[in-house]
Design a protein. Structure first.
Length: 477
């Protein structure tokens, strides 16, 4: 019964909100009449506490503390963005972000547990043990007069390099990326301020950029990845006007620092919607800027083994995430770079006429080096991917103590799962090997010894034949 009451309560809250919106705006605020490109109004739609039905108990207690401390310090303070959106959609927010008219230095004076971070966007992090409440100063337009605290820089492509320009709440709403994120919860009267028809966008189930889409994507190309992530996460679609420029501007992701793209990759592939994100990235041409070599391979053979393995890997990842099981990024990158690795191995072996294992080792260095130019994967994950790849070459060597010793490797379980993934995707030549290891891992120590004995010499090289050395004859007198 509890599981049935939650959706009905969610529907009641949203229904009440839109009945109120229609009374204020008029009868034409329907999904069909929702604008495809959002704009910000100087007079926001204000939904009072009695009308939106959101309680402070649904927010983090630490976020509420931050709001009241800023208010008592004489500043305006609002909860903003995803936390308001998620609660309206009946989801549990992961983060609580605060916006205020206090500058970062003023925020730091109010909180002893504050640290200032960021260069492109100057932010204050208020630390409560493991929880961090992010506090941002309301941002203004780039044309605002500059002083020592007002700094904005853009690249030739229109990308914002520094954006420390402060402004009013109306200007801050214009600087938000999507209309569903321009929702502000006021601690003064507990009302919600909707500056960009975010409630209408939620009702229409559309991801809309605020302002001119091409300009906003050029300011920050990562917004294209965020649009994809929000669309899959919230079960929405990207509004036509916001969708149109993506394919043309996808190559702007090449200008984004590789370390930042790694963080975005984790958000895309470790949120339980990895397969949907992968398919949408491919649809818009965004995957090409993240994994260019794999993208070419997939284009050559869209229905081939390569695509099956990648999609199966993402399906398995989603199942584990949604079952609250751990997933290591090392496994994801091992799978995404596997086919580029095989291609490089083949080329090196043909060019240099060396053994496959030596070519494989050289190819690993080359693939990881080229990948780091696009995505800066930390060393702890690249080492994990290397181990998974190395063990693939050792899984068929099982004689003597080799099988047991291999199972003691820290990455053996991940490497075994990778073998199963390869077989599931269509590498049927390894089916017997995968079945042997599955049975081996289910046996006790005596059963494992018997399995190795039954291999004969199939699981490794034949032992050398020892020849007895005869003692030299004693000379006769």
């Amino acid at each position: 019964m509890a599981s049935q009451s939650t959706p009905s309560r969610r529907q009641i809250i949203i229904s009440k909100l839109f009945q109120f919106c229609r009374q204020i705006i008029g009868p034409n605020t329907s999904a069909e009449n929702t604008p495809v490109s959002a704009s910000v109004s100087s007079e926001p739609l204000v939904i009072t506490r009695g009308e939106h039905g959101i309680s402070r108990k649904q927010f983090s207690p630490n976020a509420i503390k931050v709001l009241y401390r800023l208010k008592d310090g004489g500043y305006d303070a609002y909860l903003v963005g995803g936390c308001i959106r998620d609660i309206l959609l009946g989801q549990q927010p992961k983060d609580f972000d605060v916006v205020t008219n206090a500058t970062p230095d003023q925020v730091k004076k109010l909180f002893r547990n504050c640290r200032l971070i960021g260069r492109r966007f100057r932010l204050a992090h208020i630390v409560f043990g493991r929880e961090i409440i992010e506090v941002a100063t309301m941002r203004g337009h780039h044309e605002a007069p500059e002083d020592k605290n007002q700094i904005s820089q853009s690249s030739d492509e229109g990308q914002l390099l520094r954006d420390n320009v402060f402004g009013s709440i109306e200007e801050d709403a214009e600087r938000r990326d999507f209309s569903i994120n321009a929702l502000y919860y006021s601690i003064n009267d507990f009302s919600i301020h909707d500056y960009a028809n975010g409630l209408a966008a939620i009702k229409a189930k559309q991801i809309e950029l605020i302002g001119d889409p091409e300009t906003r994507y050029r300011e920050d190309p990562v917004r294209m990845l965020r649009a994809v992530r929000f669309a899959t996460k919230l079960d929405m679609s990207i509004a036509p006007n916001s969708e149109k420029p993506i394919a043309e501007l996808a190559n702007l992701l090449d200008n984004i620092p590789p370390a930042r793209l790694f963080e975005e990759i984790l958000k895309l592939f470790l949120n339980g919607k990895a397969e949907a994100n992968f398919l949408m990235l491919r649809k818009y041409g965004l995957f090409r800027s993240l994994f260019p070599e794999l993208d070419k391979i997939l284009d050559k053979n869209p229905d081939g083994l390569e695509n099956k393995l990648v999609q199966q890997m993402f399906q398995n990842t989603d199942k584990r995430i949604n079952s609250n099981k751990k997933v290591t990024p090392a496994f994801i990158f091992a799978a995404l770079l596997w086919f580029p690795l095989l291609e490089h191995t083949k080329k090196i072996q043909e060019q240099e006429q060396i053994l496959e294992y030596d070519a494989f080792a050289q190819a690993m260095n080359k693939v990881l080096s080229e990948s780091s130019q696009h995505i800066a994967v930390p060393k702890r994950f690249t080492l994990g991917a290397r181990d998974i790849w190395h063990i693939q070459h050792r899984l068929d060597k099982r004689a003597g103590q080799r099988a047991y010793r291999l199972t003691q490797q820290p990455r053996f379980k991940a490497a075994y799962d990778f073998l199963l993934l390869r077989v599931d995707a269509g590498e049927t030549q390894h089916t017997e090997l995968a079945q042997w290891w599955t049975q081996y891992l289910s046996q006790d120590i005596n059963g494992q010894k018997d399995m190795v004995k039954n291999l004969g010499h199939q699981g490794g090289p034949k032992p050398r034949k020892r020849t007895r050395r005869r003692a030299p004859k004693k000379p006769t007198e």
